[in-house]
Design a protein around this ligand. Structure first.
Ligand SMILES: *Cc1c(COP(=O)(O)O)cnc(C)c1O
Length: 378
């Protein structure tokens, strides 16, 4: 049996007729950039996320969402942005592109998310923003530090690329990933929980002025066509992406629920197949609604050998992420060295992502965990 790390075709079947109808509508209209389809999708995202009308601003990718968010916070060369080294590159790459300085704080070994206490010790007079990542689909509990950050003149930009639909129960209410800080950044890369058929992204902010500015920044800083208030970029969501995303948004809750069931079943299987002493299952923090963008376990020993064995047996398992950002060659100029962030470095040697996606079958999970058992108990 072969089990892929991800098979998008299994959930596409259910929406195919709707998608094809939307494509016909768009090609008949011959209107491809922004426009009606994008407005409709943005409005649906406003209500899904429970933010005021006009808060969601579509753009061309998750990377651009981060870049636009930083531009809307006036991030300038030399400004410091406190963030995690255990994430996808774009989180810090965008800061660097603006000449800002990524300042790393290590992550929590249980959730893989930034260690908030350590992050707070990194604040300096040059700190302009705090940039947590809700990694693998689980929210970082950042609600408690918002007021302190604001008192110190620091903005919070959430990298929500992996967490569309993740929530957290805190302060007596439901917090939605991307809406806790000043600006939230989403990616609609095809493999994300809400993914298009190409690149796409979105910025969300409750601040109306900032939302208006983001709408200008995505079209070269122009409010009125050919009149430019500031220098922006070209980063627009297109009609085809918006239409598909809008259809998928209506299924997102069910699909996220399915991912959670798959996660529960893995946990049971680790017990059933008696491999618990070799691996650590992901932990859902109290109050969190984890949406398992990735199902990432820790393998205490021989992670690489296990991965090789499973891949050879036909199981798609992968490592996110093999090299923390503070050790990336392109960030050598920041002056970090091995040993600076021991938790991130250890995770990069121990993590392994198992398949999790709508349509994954129980038998597939069973045969994967049974292969893990064979590896450990041969
Ligand atoms: C995917 C991702 C991004 C970038 O999104 P793109 O749409 O690929 O540009 C940024 N941050 C994280 C954590 C991601 O997973």
């Amino acid at each position: 049996m072969t089990v892929p790390i991800l098979d998008l075709s299994r959930s596409f079947g259910e929406i195919k007729p709707e998608v094809l109808a939307a494509m016909e509508r768009i090609f008949d209209a011959q209107s491809f950039i922004l426009g009606h389809e994008v407005k409709t999708f943005e409005a649906h995202c406003d209500s899904y996320l429970g933010v005021p009308e006009g808060s969601c601003v579509g753009c061309a990718s998750g990377t651009d969402a981060l870049l636009l968010a930083m531009m809307s916070c006036d991030i300038k060369p030399g400004d410091e942005i406190i963030t995690t080294p255990f994430t996808f590159f774009a989180t810090s790459g965008t800061a660097a592109r603006l000449g800002a300085v990524p300042v790393f704080a290590d992550v929590d070994p249980v959730t893989y998310n930034i260690d908030i206490q350590q992050a707070m010790t990194k604040i300096t007079p040059r700190t302009k923003a705090f940039l947590p990542v809700h990694l693998f689909g689980q929210m970082t509990p950042v609600e408690g530090i918002i007021s302190e950050l604001h008192e110190r003149g620091i903005m919070m930009i959430e990298d929500t690329a992996q967490a569309f639909g993740a929530t957290r129960f805190a302060d007596g209410g439901i917090l939605r990933a991307g809406t806790v800080g000043d600006v939230g950044c989403f990616s609609f890369f095809p493999t994300k929980n809400l993914g298009g058929c190409g690149d796409g992204g979105m910025v969300v902010t409750r601040d109306k002025e900032r939302a208006d500015r983001l709408r200008r920044l995505r079209v070269h800083g122009s409010g009125t066509t050919y009149y430019h208030d500031e220098v922006g970029i070209n980063s627009r969501l297109d009609a085809i992406q918006a239409a598909i995303l809008d259809i998928k948004l209506s299924r997102l809750e069910a699909w996220n629920e399915e991912r959670r069931k798959i996660a529960d079943y893995y946990k049971l299987l680790f017990k059933t197949y008696d491999v618990q002493e070799f691996i650590t299952a992901p932990v859902e923090l109290a109050g969190n609604y984890h949406i398992y963008h990735q199902y990432v376990v820790r393998v205490r020993e021989k992670r690489d050998a296990l991965m090789e064995y499973l891949n050879a047996e036909g199981f798609g398992v992968r490592v996110y992420y093999p090299l923390p950002l503070h050790l990336q060659p392109c960030f050598a100029y920041l002056g970090y060295k091995a040993g600076d962030f021991p938790v991130s470095e250890r995770l990069s040697r121990e993590v392994l992502a198992l398949p999790v996606f709508p349509g994954l079958k129980a038998e597939e999970q069973e045969s994967l965990v049974s292969a893990m058992r064979k590896f450990f108990r041969k």
